[in-house]
Design a protein around this ligand. Structure first.
Ligand code: ADP
Ligand code: MG
Ligand code: MG
Length: 893
């Protein structure tokens, strides 16, 4: 523990901690460090002192006691404040100094503890304040606020009990506003507040100002481990802090009449990032009145009329602060009888749009360099720029809220089943549709893809609807429990209002808001500041960024966003297409190899055409195509879906019993661990042959057009090298056959997904056969933990709450366990490939984790060559990869 417990600030100086900016923040908390810093650069700040976070840690070590050595240090610092503020003494009956007691940890934790204002007022000093200011009303109003704040914040009285008293008083006096109460009313109110205090605390409101002070300091320390604070740290994943600092600061009063006021402002617009002064103030008000919504505040520009001198000074401070911190600031100020005081500055929270604009403009203004700009924007915040947004100019009424699952805004007509969406879209391809379901399943993907937005009444951020929607960058709100679906009546009810199928509904996937009716949207694009920031990011990164795309349109979109290839093209999504599903079902129902081949021959042209489109869109970039992965039953109706079974039987012209029998045969207890992945072509080689032929023939066709193609054939779910050996041999034979027939050679590679623990453990053997590895971390996580991805709802929330797991491992790679397998797999694989073939083994990742910034950092650290993510997360991955390469990020947590 450092020798000093307390640091003074005031005038144009502040006691030196001898630490760098980061160290100061850790020792003094963000608020304390910045108050000291503002003093040093000559900005007017009421004098005060900061009790360090180390004292807080010691307080807890000593069983909630302020360490003895800190007590005289606090008293001494108080004397300095008294001297610096006109020699007034804390609570002096003639001319009292009053102070505020403010919490402040290294990272801002809003709402951890309420600030106690006006501390030092007692029965005696309130009279002094009344006389000195000639304003008894103000004095008694300050006193009753202190008893309330001190009582509720430090001593645990219920704030509502105090509120009840003022309410009763107003009723009795016929007063509408607090300000309608007279000095005598407030004096009477003080008596009543003291009675409330005594009833709860079983002691009188302390009349010794120092006793008030020490009790308040204790209260701030206690708030560090209050429920609110613990919960906040858990949600924000804040760990490793020693505690909170306490700031004790001379009070200044914004509530002393027409030449006083209080305000909050941002040095730039936090929504758009525009370089304008942005904020609100109130004349004759104190503390949080501006944000509390008691009175409607005035926009900061109007201060120019009300107090021109103060406004000018404030504008000067705005620029001084930005030049000093080189960052957009969020400031709090108070004006007491025409004199301006700054009470807080910190870097301001902002939207993704604002973050990008501010970073780029600050580079242009010469405040920061490109690297700093790249480090400063949180990758996930780019989501804000990547989705169609509800037009901010439109008025909306939110009727319910669900979980914000995939950002962006969408409006569409309500349809209650995926089939209805498909049918409607066929006839009305230009209609916007909102698919509304209790939940979704793989059977719904076709309808989901055609919908503009997806709304479900159950499910969380990892539900099927959420994952699929995010993959496509489609706005989605899940778990909207206030919504009831009535399939029979074809209606939904939300908040007592009924919406019929065919009527418009709007969702905001960024906030989880649900609105009835239609709201216009505006489209995203990568232009202007956004594009500029991305080029800067690209200069820094080492990882390549690919995309997961199954259709030429997605591939093209991803290239627009900067994708450098496809890391995962899932062929099953092509199987689901409406013009092919019949042939796929024929293939599944086939009882002989010949019949199966016949059905496959019908699918082949579709597959080939899809690959041609994708290769063309990705001209010159590698494309990894995964052979069929899911179990076959996914292409048939579910076991208990009678209607669906009948439909399919009719379409296929076979008896219902034939479908039912095959569905029964294919039924699995545990499909995720069933007959899928490479197990399919091992048993039915003709499926693999067809796919390889479609890939190679497509590559030949595109090459003939003079384009460059780099197909990578990926065999999924390999756990034993022999699987790969067998399938690779067969694939090579098929490819050679195609090339001989066409008389053209194309370069291609054959590799595998590492998604089973056994594959990672035997990566050396597998790499002898595989030319590349792609880590399928969804399955790898599932198989490593033994968690089924679709069934974690029941326990994951508790696991996170109880800190059994720090994060949902399906959202961010579990570095300790799954990460260890990945690291091992890469090392074993690379060594073996080098030793046996003298080649570098190309390694990447595909799946949800490829677009998660923390996971991207991990991929960079373990030396992958690329990450692959959904098209709309490509810019996020580019930025995350740049930040990983550049080291520590400078952004605010
Ligand atoms: P938070 O951490 O919630 O922002 P603060 O410690 O900043 O809490 O206090 C809240 C508000 O109380 C400030 O914005 C300011 O208006 C008021 N306040 C705090 N200290 C003083 C002071 N010394 N003089 C006047 N007002 C103060
Ligand atoms: Mg504040
Ligand atoms: Mg898989």
């Amino acid at each position: 523990m450092s020798a000093k417990h307390v640091y003074f600030f005031g005038g144009k100086t502040a006691e030196d901690t001898g630490l760098d900016a980061k160290g100061q923040k850790e020792l003094l908390g963000g608020k304390g460090a910045n108050l000291a810093e503002m003093c040093r650069i000559g900005i007017p700040v009421p004098p005060g002192f900061t009790i360090t976070t180390e004292v807080c840690a010691a307080y807890y070590e000593q069983g909630k006691k302020i360490p003895e050595a800190a007590v005289p240090a606090i008293e001494e610092a108080l004397k300095k404040v008294e001297a610096a503020f006109g020699g007034r003494k804390l609570g002096d009956p003639a001319d009292p100094l009053l102070v505020s007691v403010r919490s402040g940890a290294a990272l801002s934790m809003p709402g951890m503890m309420n600030t106690i204002l006006n501390l030092g007022l007692t029965d005696a000093s309130v009279e002094g304040l009344a006389k000195k200011t000639g304003n008894p009303r103000f004095a008694y109003d300050s006193y009753r606020r202190l008893i309330d704040m001190f009582g509720s914040t430090a001593m645990g009285c219920e704030h509502e009990k105090f509120e009840h008293e003022i309410h009763e008083m107003k009723k009795a006096k016929g007063a509408k506003l607090d300000t309608d109460l007279s000095a005598d009313d407030l004096k009477e109110l003080v008596t009543r507040y003291k009675a409330v205090y005594k009833a709860h605390v079983k002691d009188d409101f302390p009349q010794d100002p120092k006793k008030q002070l020490f009790l308040a300091v204790n209260a701030v320390f206690n708030s560090w481990n209050g429920n609110k604070a613990i919960e906040y740290r858990r949600i924000e994943r804040i760990t490793g802090l020693r505690g909170t600092a306490v700031n004790v600061q001379a009070m200044v009063f914004g509530n002393m009449g027409g030449t006083s006021g209080t305000g909050v402002a941002f040095t730039r617009d936090p929504n758009t990032g525009e370089n304008v002064f942005y904020g609100d103030y109130l004349i004759n008000a104190q503390g949080e009145d501006v944000v509390a919504g008691i009175r409607t505040p005035e926009p900061i520009a109007k201060l120019h009329e009300d107090m021109p001198k103060v406004y000018e000074q404030l504008v000067g401070i705005r620029s001084t602060l930005e030049k000093h911190y080189k960052e957009m600031q969020d400031i709090e100020f108070t004006v007491q009888e025409g004199v301006l005081y700054m009470l807080q500055t910190r870097s301001g929270k902002r939207t993704g749009t604002a973050a990008v604009r501010i970073a780029v403009e600050m580079v242009k203004e010469g405040l920061i360099d490109e690297t700093t700009a790249v480090k400063r924007v949180a990758p996930d915040s780019l989501n804000h720029l990547l989705q169609p947004q509800l037009d901010p100019k439109s008025k909306v009424e939110v009727v319910a809220q669900g979980i914000a699952a995939s950002p962006g805004g969408a409006s569409g007509i309500v349809l209650l089943s995926a089939e209805a969406v498909v049918a409607h879209a066929e006839k009305n391809p230009n209609d916007s549709i909102m698919l509304v379901r209790k939940e979704t399943s793989p059977e719904d993907v076709a309808g989901m893809h055609l919908a503009k937005g997806i709304l479900t009444s159950t499910g969380g951020k990892a539900s099927h609807a959420a994952v699929v929607a995010r993959g496509w960058g489609k706005p989605c709100v899940v778990g909207c429990e206030a919504m009831k679906i009535n399939e029979e009546a074809q209606t939904i009810t939300i908040a007592g209002k009924t919406v019929k199928a065919g009527e418009f509904l709007t969702i905001n996937g960024t906030t989880g808001d649900v609105m009835i009716g239609k709201v216009p949207t505006v489209a995203p694009s990568m232009t202007g500041d956004f594009a500029t920031l991305m080029t800067w990011a690209d200069k820094g990164r080492k990882l390549k960024i690919r995309t997961n795309a199954d259709a030429p349109a997605d591939a093209a979109k991803a290239r627009e966003f900067g994708a450098e290839g496809i890391g995962l093209c899932r062929t099953e999504h092509m199987f689901f297409g409406k013009d092919r599903i019949a042939a796929v079902r024929e293939m599944i129902l086939a009882t002989s190899t010949d019949d199966r081949k016949k059905a496959l021959a019908k699918i082949e042209p579709f597959q080939k055409a899809d690959f041609v489109g994708i290769f063309e869109a990705m001209d010159g970039y590698p494309v990894t195509i995964r052979l069929l992965d899911p179990p076959l039953h996914e292409f048939l109706p579910q076991k208990d879906n009678v209607e669906g079974t009948e439909d399919v039987a009719r379409q296929m012209g076979v008896p219902v019993s034939a479908i039912r029998e095959r569905v029964d045969e294919l039924h699995e207890m545990n499909p995720m661990m069933g007959f899928r992945g490479c197990r399919l072509p091992v048993v039915f080689p003709e499926i693999g042959d067809m796919q390889v032929r479609a890939i190679i023939e497509a590559a030949i066709e595109v090459k003939k057009k003079g384009k460059s193609v780099l197909p990578e054939i990926m065999i999924p779910l390999v756990g034993v090298v022999e699987e790969l050996t067998m399938l690779k041999k067969r694939a090579i034979a098929t490819a050679e056959e195609c090339m001989t027939k066409a008389g053209i050679k194309v370069e291609y590679q054959i590799g595998t997904m590492i998604e089973l623990p056994r594959a990672a453990l035997t990566a050396d053997e597998i790499a002898a056969e595989a030319e590349f590895f792609s880590f399928g971390t969804n399955d790898l996580t599932q198989m490593t933990f033994g968690f089924s991805r679709d069934d974690i709802k029941g326990f994951m929330p508790t696991y996170l709450k109880e800190k059994i797991l720090p994060v949902d491992p399906f959202q961010s790679i579990d570095v300790k366990g799954v990460g260890k397998l990945i690291d091992m797999g890469i090392k074993l694989g690379r060594e073996s490939r080098k030793a046996k073939h003298g080649q570098h083994l190309k390694v990447g990742i595909c799946g949800e984790h490829g677009g998660d910034p923390d996971s991207v950092v991990f991929c960079h650290k373990v030396g992958m060559d690329y990450v692959s993510c959904s098209p709309f997360r490509v810019p996020i991955a580019r930025l995350a990869a740049a930040q990983a390469a550049l080291g520590d990020t400078a952004r605010d947590k």
